[in-house]
Design a protein around this ligand. Sequence first.
Ligand SMILES: NC(=O)c1ccc[n+]([C@@H]2O[C@H](COP(=O)([O-])OP(=O)(O)OC[C@H]3O[C@@H](n4cnc5c(N)ncnc54)[C@H](OP(=O)(O)O)[C@@H]3O)[C@@H](O)[C@H]2O)c1
Length: 333
Amino acid sequence: MAAMAIKATTRRIPGRRRPYPALMQTPDVHTIEDLKTWAAAGRAAIDPKPILAVIGKPVAHSLSPQLHQAALDQFGIEGQYIRIEVEPGAVRQAFDLMAGLGFTGCNVTVPHKVEALQAVDEADTLAQRIGAVNTVLFQDDLKLGFNSDGPGLVRAIREEFSVDLKDLRVMILGAGGGAGRAAAVQCALENCERVVLVNRTTDKATDLAAELRTMLHGTPVLGPRSRIQALPLDPRKIEAQLDALDLVINATSVGLKPTDPPLLPAAILQPHLLVYDLIYKPARTRLLRDAAAAGCRGANGLSMLLHQGVVSFGHWFGDEPDPNPMRQALMDA
Ligand SMILES: NC(=O)c1ccc[n+]([C@@H]2O[C@H](COP(=O)([O-])OP(=O)(O)OC[C@H]3O[C@@H](n4cnc5c(N)ncnc54)[C@H](OP(=O)(O)O)[C@@H]3O)[C@@H](O)[C@H]2O)c1
């Protein structure tokens, strides 16, 4: 993987709008074996031709096909977006196979985003700083890596709360995970006044804090406090910070299951806080319900999913789609 010198250029595929039902003729999830035997198994005849994919494991739950089909349809691009389940260690092979089959690009989801950074030929600066790739463009025999999670978060915060991330003092719960790290790097690059990194495994937050301090502009301290601070997932230590913060982001996986215990005690939430939960299914996690009861404004991660998709699409085709039909496709799904 090398640093990327130039931004990807526009690649428009001319074509006509295709009816949605053709999607139903392909399996919900492809495998790497399918890619290897693509022509021999007659898959070259799939219509519309798959040109985009999400790779992950598991991947069957991904809403990315619905999201991006709405964007493909907007531009009248002939092609479809599929899901491919890929084992850890096989990401480079998956990229090679997709590129060989004429795919335009792909998204990368859990658990492959870090491996994807190593598997691309070049990665842009943001992907390198985040240490992960979630978007790949196959262009001129090169695999070019990007990360749209951070920019997607910036747009989501703007959309949900009518305020810019750069103007907020932010706490990130789960800063040591993949999504939390992307959010934290983005906050540092936005030069947020304060960023408090909280993680169950505190060492990960401490290491990340040291890294992020090098990305800030201006003074690294504000009064007695470092602008970037690491904390354990300790309710008392978290509560002591909340007075002087504006936005709490949940980037942990706590809340995905209805049986999950509360991530924070409801009593420590204060009404001035904005609460953004990256989880979008369920749509209202325990944290969001507790936040609403405490008088906070809250939103779930559907808007980040939407906007990272818009940014990814821009990397593939040069032009960004209108988010509204994509949002509608997500709601329908
Ligand atoms: N809306 C979107 O577009 C979007 C995009 C990406 C991810 N997400 C969501 O963000 C969440 C995290 O995803 P990820 O890819 O970052 O996962 P990940 O890399 O596996 O990270 C999981 C994070 O959750 C923490 N965690 C896990 N179980 C915990 C527990 N019982 N108590 C406290 N902390 C716990 C982990 O802490 P340790 O480091 O201590 O293990 C880590 O910080 C998921 O819910 C995912 O669905 C949403």
